[in-house]
Ligand binder design. Sequence first.
Ligand code: GLN
Length: 388
Amino acid sequence: MNFISKSLDFFQESVIREMTRKAIENNAINLSQGMPDFSPPLELIEGIKKGVEEEEHQYSVTYGRADLREKIAKKLQKYNKIVVDPYNEITITCGASEAIASSILAITNPGDEIVILEPWYENYVPITYLAQGKPVFVPLEEDIYNVDEERLKNSITRNTKAIIVNSPHNPTGKVFSSSDFKTISDLCIDHDIIAITDEIYEYIIFDNLKHQSIGSFDSMQDKTITISGFSKTFSVTGWRIGYVAASKDLMGGIRKVHDYLTVCAPSLLQLASLNAFNLDSSYFNTLRNRYQANRDYFYDQLKNLGMKVFKPEGAYYMFANISQFDMDDVEFADFLVKDEGVAVVPGSSFYNNKNNNKNPGSDYVRFSISQKLETLKQAIERIKRKLI
Ligand code: GLN
């Protein structure tokens, strides 16, 4: 008797998280699951102390603390140019991951199509299957990762419910251009499609590019579910504090799912997250500069090793072509992690596995560059020792 639900046949456990386990087993430097190895800002640590003093140990309101939602609404207005009512149109979730799950589950009827631009961050696909939706994979343009207007248009059917947008993009570091966003928003408006936008890397953006939120585009306000969180911006990936903003109608559905899925995000850490709003622009500049320096260093190093790499414009990953090493992505990742090596994520985990055909990601691996520069330098030493 197989007790496991058939809906799980369509996907496997996260390879990103598996590589973290392999990193620990092999005493490797973990450049797989994107997380910093440095401390979050002191303000947030002080926030935890305050939470302990105030004995903030019980459930919060299921939608999340009202004062935190008020601050997020102000931030959305200022940074994202999106106007939302904090009481009816924002919910605090257990990380952006839960916001993604609650949103997809809230809008999907069996057979609804969810358009996912390829390569994609792992979580979008399993959740679509769990919601009994059908993921429709639309490749971004090869190696430059622009939105392919023709292909995206051709993927739209009467069953298309949503397009998932992710800029800055995981795993490539692409930042979509205004024309990419316009292509997507025009389709959403013309065909009555929702944009679910994962903006978790919104403050990690390089070369003076400006972050754009599709929810701020004309006529997109009621058609956009905007997702972000504290994990990446404040280096607290383990706190699991994310949020989702959407029109009152959409939020009604999202809140129903969230309520039964997780009840509320950790109260103590919601309280501590309030302190993030005491940080000024110098904090955000320092964060950006830190990751841009990581990007510059690591990009040069990978190029010197002969890898073809897309130069990230944001986020904290590097997607590198490793085909010259005569290993596929999984062999390469297994080889690199062994014996105090370096953990990376095989590129195939970001693509649909087409039966019989070669997975387009099998020539690539993803390096996370979210660590201290000195950690990246040690990682490069180890990579050189193994590959040269
Ligand atoms: N975004 C992170 C990554 O791609 C993982 C996030 C998570 O594991 N929840 O590595």
